[in-house]
Design a protein around this ligand. Structure first.
Ligand code: AMP
Length: 171
């Protein structure tokens, strides 16, 4: 199934100059959703048991929970600062102007657990790098950072290295 055909480009959203990759057309179709999950699962080394899937607010949650269910793993939401109710561990990352902070609950990952990090889009890599820093602080073992889409021209993979970066679609 041609997943790429069902990603909609929205020019100048949420601000001028950004081409937003809209995954809602893809999510309207159950067969496409299933095919997407299967392709994301196929990216993961077959011989590794994933203990936790960490996914980024908010579009990472859509496929992140489905992946966790398929992998028989726990699901961990990574959320913007101030959204999670319990004790958190966070990391700051740079935006075009200023900084932002992303957090996960401190009890979400146990030292030595195998962690899959998932989001819809890898752009500059700032968000993903921040999440790798949090998982590292909590002692998790990052197996892979995987994305539906990787915007190669923004070179986010360089920022997330040395962690393994994979995506099913490249632009
Ligand atoms: P970055 O930290 O620059 O890699 O940005 C990644 C985060 O921003 C992800 O959580 C994406 O959901 C979102 N994002 C960045 N660029 C786009 C885009 N062109 N279309 C849709 N989402 C994007």
């Amino acid at each position: 199934m041609d997943i790429k055909k069902h990603i909609r480009d929205i020019a100048d959203f949420p601000k001028p100059g950004i081409v937003f990759k809209d995954i809602t057309p893809l999510m309207l179709d159950a067969d496409l959703m299933n095919a997407t999950v299967a392709q994301l699962i196929a990216l993961i080394p077959a011989d590794v048991k994933i203990d936790k899937v960490v996914a980024m607010e908010s579009r990472g949650f859509f496929f992140g929970t489905l992946l966790a269910q398929k992998l028989n793993a726990g699901f961990v939401p990574a959320r913007k600062k101030g959204k999670l109710p319990f004790e958190t561990c966070g990391a700051v990352y740079a935006l075009e102007y200023g900084t932002d902070e992303i957090e996960i609950h401190t009890d979400a990952i146990k030292p030595g657990e195998n962690v899959l990090i998932h989001d819809d889009v890898l752009a500059t890599g700032g968000t993903a790098k921040a999440v790798t820093e949090i998982v590292n602080k909590l002692g998790g073992n990052i197996v892979q950072c995987q994305f539906l889409m990787q915007l190669d021209f923004l070179k986010g993979e360089e920022k997330v290295k040395p962690h393994h970066v994979k995506a099913i679609l490249h632009y």
